[in-house]
Ligand binder design. Sequence first.
Ligand code: GDP
Length: 301
Amino acid sequence: QPGSSSWLTRLRQGLRKTGAGLSGLFGGSRIDEALYEDLESALILADAGMPATQYVLEQLRKKVRATRAETPQQVRDLLREVLAELLAPLEKQLDIGKSTPTVMMMVGVNGAGKTTSIGKLTRHLQQAGCKVLLAAGDTFRAAAREQLAAWGDRNAVQVIAQQGGDPAAVAFDAVSAGRARGMDVVIVDTAGRLPTQLHLMDELKKVKRVIGKAMDGAPHEALLVIDATNGQNALAQLRAFDDTLGLTGIILTKLDGSAKGGVIAAIARERPVPIYFIGVGESLEDLQPFDARAFARALVG
Ligand code: GDP
């Protein structure tokens, strides 16, 4: 059933499934070097990467000294604090309503969950009372266009599409239509692409530029959808898309699956782009605002 506790449970289960077992580390009776070493390995295995792992351990040692913690259980509580503090700057709410429409551009590699996330996000925005228009900017795959159109039909959302054609032109049309029709939000989908496909990365810059021609100051958001099960590769994607586009936010998907979750610590330490939402399932309700404290709790177990 929907509700805050069910998504947290799913997140916790997802992280625990392949999670490096952070929760299993604190059963002992002493705080010793072995505990820190196990924690280091566990964080690396959970995809936190070296810089974030070192940082977390440093902060943790400081807190253990400052609080004169005596038991591993106290260390676990301090670890939750360290992680929550590390992740807190990533917490940010999507800001709608400053301009009409707010234009969002969605990017990511194939299979990251972009289309699904657009559906979830649209539902979320509609529930908040926003009128949403979608642009089928994936002119590459007919299936992607159809998937978005079908989704739009079911949910009474208008979708601007174009047979074949140029993604920048679709985006331009959609933003113009969004202005003319008094929409609150226009979400521009783009075809999935790999950071190594340089001509396709360049195409994103063009889509962004052309959106700016349809409306001054747009796009207001450039959002990257990342599959959290990609682990450290997620960070490489983040860097590449951010360097190309200047991202304003992230939607991190599949945290209910086999994601290890530590990648969020790596993001916080190495490329702190805000995480607006996390995906914790395949249905429309399974999009949740990122909550640093809740995430830290789920990660430590
Ligand atoms: P796209 O290629 O980036 O548009 O990816 P899709 O939106 O088509 O999603 C690819 C697959 O991932 C689909 O089977 C989705 O149902 C699934 N998916 C997307 N988000 C999530 C999520 O948060 N959790 C889980 N478990 N699956 C997801």
